[in-house]
Ligand binder design. Structure first.
Ligand code: FAM
Length: 487
């Protein structure tokens, strides 16, 4: 019996739910068979088949989307495989492959000036169109998962189904708690998070099915199951790490009436509707940023070797833990707090300007500013600023963060190195978390990680559904480049 997560009744509910899942599995297999027999209008046939026997589910919706995309990809490769979509320069080979178009990610696309679009929807549209918690104004993370996976906006019922499904799969097994308890509390929370995810690998359904000899065409199905099991558990894993590391190992049981994000906020131990709303927004905003960023690309790369969702996400989280990527959110807060301590409270413009130049002149970056792709203020920053303007009221740290928004871009422009002087997502998240009482900066990237899992794991299901190949780009030596340059 799991030691952490939902109580006995919810565990029983979970077991009943699993019976439905088995029915769903049979159901999905029927849909796939129909597709391979080239029978059209699967959804229509399925709705007749259902006849009240099978629960409509996200999995069937995904299965119904699969065929046309598979066809399109097959045609792209077979009929247009030689068409060139990118060139690579020497600078790009040394410079982190910036701008090289050489991978496919279906879930979201990033425009340097417009920012991120999730299946075509920008952030203001998501905030408006995705279903909300009762009485809430911010989108539910369950909704972005549905959108990323299926390409369609969910309705209230679709989202409620995911909440129920994740709730039923959320209990943490004893062996995971034992492993987490064995990790010293002063180990960085991202190390604990990544270890927790990897520890669950022994229960991977994908790995088990692969060993049993599943067909390639069905890889996506056990991957879907692993992803659902993993996403369901992430808030409990993260909260367990938080309470163990910072709150005397005193844990808060899940609230079975809450959605995924609201329950996450509750289990961390911060009550109040506003923080739950912040969590929901935060978990939507950080979920996906197309495929080339370190956490997304790592998850995809590791998954391309047919490593399961646990191996792949754990690896992606290790990439997110780098200070140039997700860890920047804790670095921003630490930098702002150091600045306020050194300058004695809220500094004036002149003091802030000097502090920024001192940071740059000492060879450090200004955390939270710049981006590899974006060339304007990150819309995720704008959404968080909007939330802060609505809810924070008088807040000294927000005052400093706002002042930096005016001061840093012209300084970076004057320095002339950063291609993008504008703030990114990480410049704003810390001040919000701190305002509501998450004072442990080192934990911030774990929130980012739980959110990013939604995007990269949706992509991983698509990777297996589309049969994307093991990644193996060609590397060259500097000697080889020198030879080319001679010619
Ligand atoms: N402060 C100082 N220098 C900066 C800078 C910043 N905020 N942003 C870029 N630069 C420098 C950069 O270090 C590089 O210097 P060198 O030529 O000496 O190597 C130069 O400007 C050109 O860099 P770029 O082409 O504009 O950026 P990159 O694509 O190489 O790197 C970032 C992008 C995000 C890694 C970089 O802007 C940075 O280090 N920012 C601060 C850290 C940060 O906020 N990271 C979070 C990014 C976020 F979106 C995320 O992934 N979560």
């Amino acid at each position: 019996m799991p030691r952490f997560g939902f109580n006995k009744n919810t565990v029983l509910a979970g077991k009943i739910f699993n019976i439905f899942n088995i029915l769903n599995l049979i159901d999905t297999t029927i849909i796939q068979m129909l597709y391979f027999l080239s029978i059209e209008s699967i959804e229509g046939i399925f709705s007749n088949l259902k006849g009240g026997i099978f629960m409509a589910s996200l999995k069937e919706k995904f299965a119904s989307k699969l065929g046309p995309v598979r066809d399109q990809v097959r045609t792209h490769i077979k009929e247009h495989g030689d068409v060139k979509i990118s060139d690579v320069t020497v600078a790009q080979a040394y410079g982190g492959m910036r701008g090289v178009k050489c991978m496919v990610t279906e879930t979201s696309a990033l425009d340097p000036f417009e920012g991120i679009r999730f299946r075509g929807y920008n952030i203001p549209q998501l905030r408006e169109k995705l279903p909300k918690a009762p009485g809430g104004k911010e989108p539910l993370p369950e909704g972005i998962f549905y959108l990323l996976l299926t390409g369609e906006l969910p309705n209230e019922e679709d989202v409620q189904d995911i909440t129920n499904e994740w709730r039923a799969r959320s209990a943490l097994p004893d062996y995971l708690i034992d492993v987490l308890n064995a990790i010293p509390n002063d180990t960085h929370p991202m190390t604990q998070f990544s270890t927790g995810i990897l520890t669950l690998q022994k229960d991977s359904i994908f790995s088990q099915k692969y060993r049993e000899g599943i067909s390639k065409m069905e890889y996506w199905d056990p991957m879907f199951e692993d992803v659902m099991n993993l996403l369901a558990k992430l808030p409990a894993i993260a909260s367990y790490i938080y309470r163990k590391s910072y709150k005397n190992n005193e844990h808060i049981p899940a609230d079975p009436n809450l959605d995924w994000g609201g329950n996450f906020a509750h289990m961390v131990g911060i009550e109040g509707e506003e923080f739950k709303e912040l969590m929901r927004l935060y978990l939507v905003l950080h979920s996906d940023h197309e495929g080339g960023n370190v956490s997304a690309h790592t998850t995809h790369l590791v998954g391309s070797a047919l490593s399961d969702a646990y191996y792949s996400l754990s690896a992606g989280m290790n990439g997110l833990a780098g200070p140039l990527h997700g860890l920047a959110n804790q670095e921003v807060l630490r930098w702002v707090m150091n600045l306020m301590e050194e300058l004695g409270g809220v500094p004036d413009k002149e003091q802030l300007t000097k502090y920024c130049w001192d940071t740059l002149n000492s060879g450090q970056v200004i955390p939270g500013y710049g981006h590899a792709v974006l060339r304007q203020t990150d819309p995720r920053y704008v959404a968080q600023r909007d939330f802060a303007l609505k809810h924070l009221g008088e807040d000294d740290i927000f005052t400093v963060v706002s002042a930096l928004y005016d001061i840093v871009p012209p300084i970076l422009e004057e320095q002339g190195k950063a291609k993008n002087p504008w703030p990114n997502v990480d410049a704003h998240s810390g001040v919000l978390l701190l305002h509501y009482g998450v004072t442990e900066y080192d934990f911030y990237t774990v929130f980012f990680g739980a959110s990013r899992a939604i995007g990269v794991l949706s992509s991983l299901i698509w990777d297996r559904a589309l049969g994307l190949a093991i990644e193996r780009p060609k590397s060259v030596t500097s000697e080889w480049i020198a030879e080319q340059l001679k010619g």
